[in-house]
Write a protein that binds this ligand. Structure first.
Ligand code: FE
Length: 202
């Protein structure tokens, strides 16, 4: 797995500092990419050695399989998060997504208000997605990278609410960080992700 560059200028966000973004991308996200590769190599070695034994209380295989989903989702979720940052917060850039969320939650304003409260209630991630099983927009919270996600969903707007995403800039004021997230949202990118996702019905 390869680390992806930031898709925006780290100096340009409003309310989310360059320092936060650099630590978040270059240290934390990069660390997950490195661990995915390390775990993958260890799993290959273990499988090839013929000594892999599955024990659900503790086994090397269990520890690696648990870390595999934690780190892989850690990479993917951060990539989706960075993908929708760096914009100007202008919802007019997402006409189709805007229509879909208005149909679901009454208005764009209601959606942002509701999603912000959901994010306040989350310990890790707050995700607007396309649920391929029902063919609808859904919202899910996740308290850890590998806990609370719903399989078969394609993320559209991913919001990181771990403390590392905001403590440097906002202290414990999580709500002001969430407000800054919306101000920096790249709705064009969210629209692009939505248009691709809604083609998928499984
Ligand atoms: Fe993060």
């Amino acid at each position: 797995m390869e680390q992806k560059p930031l898709p925006f200028d780290q100096k340009k966000l409003d309310g989310i500092s360059e320092n936060t973004i650099v630590i978040h991308h270059d240290k934390l996200y990069a660390g997950y990419v490195a661990k995915v590769n390390e775990i993958s190599e260890k799993l290959v070695e273990l499988r090839k050695s013929g000594t892999a034994k599955g024990n659900a209380t503790y086994s090397e295989l269990r520890a690696l399989k648990d870390a595999e989903t934690f780190t892989t989702n850690g990479v993917y979720l951060h990539e989706w998060y960075f993908d929708v940052l760096g914009g100007d917060g202008n919802i007019a850039n997402a006409p189709e997504l805007s229509k879909a969320i208005t149909e679901k939650w009454g208005s764009v304003e209601n959606t942002i208000k509701y999603m912000s409260e959901c994010a306040m209630a989350a310990r890790g991630w707050s995700v607007l997605c396309w649920d391929t099983k029902v063919g609808k927009i859904k919202h899910y919270n996740s308290d850890a990278h590998n806990q609370g996600g719903v399989w078969g969903c394609l993320p559209i707007i991913v919001l990181d609410v771990y403390e590392h995403a905001y403590f440097i800039d906002h202290g414990s004021d999580k709500a002001s960080y969430i407000a800054a997230f919306w101000e920096n949202l790249n709705w064009s990118k969210a629209e692009e992700l939505y248009l691709k996702a809604r083609e998928v019905k499984l």
